[in-house]
Ligand binder design. Structure first.
Ligand code: GLU
Length: 448
């Protein structure tokens, strides 16, 4: 190993390439190839070059950069609201492990907060760690742990709560917490904001800091939720792929719609409730017109201190409509004692259950199999955007006649599945519940 190229050092290198000489700067990672040096550049990308093509211009040992006071040491400002950060993990809590080059969820919640000292100007912060999980590993028992942690935070006089979470299933957990607080008429004592990030917090290109600032701003200073406009639980993520603004989305009207962009979270059948602008050290919260107007036209619900839980034993089997859906999938599911089926319908919510050319008998078989089932079968929308509408084509009407549920859904498909789980957890009548607007999840802003 050439001198100064130890893993973790910050280096400046002169590089000889086919196009001539150039300079690069970054942190040394374990080498990806023999006789090569691998560097993490400031933009977050890794590059490897042959050792013989480089000259070390400077090299310094990386020092920890966090110099701000720890959360527990920070002086409490009586004029600021109190926000508790409930930490579950995800990329927002991740950093590059320089021994393996992999991204792992390993930030402690207090470290995460200390990386963004601006937060201490917005709120007095407390932290509660549930875990350091990636969100694809989250299960309904984690929803219950988060619900409990939010109840505890409000009992202990917090004004708002921020839940840090991996982005893959963030909209699902956020919807679950929304139904837990407001699904049966409740309204939490304070604001609850979910936040994640698409780039780990130690990358120069990370979106974590601004997403977190925006979430804390909402939790600290946002309006008291109405409980009616899917505003009891919100999601704070980048508005565009640039820095400078984050959107505050209703939990049941948003979804991860891109695997890697910083603006991966887009509204579904609605527009954001608010925007947080973060420029030149100013952080400004602006409610959107449709939300402001809707707030004026409703009476906010009474505040409640307890939220509902989920039955962790409920089994929901999901399948996708299309050329491959057959009776077999349905029979396998029913044979393994599921509580409900969800089928992601095509277009407005359709299934392959007709045989107009008399050459697809499997469609008739599927029709008959579905007709005979007595368990709830919910149709959600493969298109994500737009309503499930089983009134437009005769196909949809046939589906309604055989008892398939879901007509009229305008929430995100995942929020509809969570609502089904919620109804089953509390022995509520599923067809009635699926047809109701429990907390504003039936987005009214954009219907077609
Ligand atoms: N798949 C991981 C998760 O959802 C990482 C993605 C992220 O956090 O953005 O937690």
């Amino acid at each position: 190993m050439a001198q100064g190229l130890e893993v973790g050092n910050r280096v400046r290198l002169k590089l000889t390439t086919l196009d001539g000489e150039t300079e690069i700067e970054g942190v040394v990672l374990p080498s990806a190839l023999p006789d090569h040096i691998t560097i993490k550049l400031a933009n977050g990308y890794n590059v490897s070059h042959p050792l013989e093509s480089i000259e070390v211009l400077s090299s310094t040992k990386s020092e920890p950069t966090a110099t701000s006071p720890s959360v527990s040491d920070a002086p409490q400002n009586q004029d600021l609201p109190t926000v508790r950060i409930i930490h579950t993990g995800g990329t927002i809590a991740s950093k590059v492990d320089y021994t393996t080059g992999a991204v792992t969820a390993q930030f402690e919640p207090s470290e995460l907060v200390e990386h963004v000292p601006e937060l201490l100007k917005i709120a007095n912060l407390q932290v509660h760690k549930i875990g350091n999980m990636f969100s694809e590993d989250i299960r309904p028992n984690h929803w219950n742990q988060i619900i409990e942690a939010t109840e505890q935070a409000f009992e202990e006089a917090c004004d708002g709560v921020v839940v840090t979470h991996g982005t893959d299933t963030l909209h699902i957990t956020a919807s679950a917490i929304a139904f837990a607080w407001s699904g049966q008429g409740g309204n939490p004592p304070g604001r609850i904001a979910f936040v994640g990030s698409q780039r780990s917090s130690d990358r120069a290109s990370s979106d974590a800091a601004q997403n977190l600032i925006s979430a804390v701003k909402w939790a600290a200073e946002g309006p008291q939720p109405t409980g009616e406009l899917s505003d009891a639980v919100v999601v704070s993520m980048h508005e565009t792929s640039d820095d400078g603004a984050c959107s505050i989305h209703a939990a049941t009207g948003v979804r991860k719609l891109h695997s890697s962009r910083r603006d991966a979270f887009r509204p579904v059948n609605t527009t954001p409730l608010a925007t947080v602008r973060i420029e030149n050290k100013l952080v400004e919260l602006q409610l959107e017109g449709h939300y402001q107007e809707a707030r004026m036209n409703i009476v906010p619900r009474t505040i409640t201190t307890k939220a509902d839980r989920y039955d962790e034993t409920i089994v929901i089997r999901q399948m996708v409509a299309g050329p491959w859906l057959t009776t077999r999938e349905v029979e396998d599911a029913v044979g393994s004692n599921v509580d409900a089926l969800v089928i992601h319908g095509t277009g407005l919510g359709h299934l392959p259950i007709e045989n107009p050319n008399d050459d697809a008998p499997q469609n008739i078989e599927l029709h008959q199999a579905l007709e005979q089932l007595s368990l709830p079968i919910l149709i959600v929308n493969q298109c994500i955007h737009g309503p499930v509408n089983m009134n437009v084509y005769s196909k949809g009407r046939i589906q309604q006649n055989i008892g398939l549920l879901g007509h009229g859904i305008t929430s995100s498909p995942e929020a509809a599945v969570v609502k089904l789980h919620f109804a089953l957890s509390h022995q509520l009548d599923v067809p009635t519940i699926m047809g109701q607007n429990l907390l504003g999840e039936q987005q009214q802003t954009i219907l077609n």
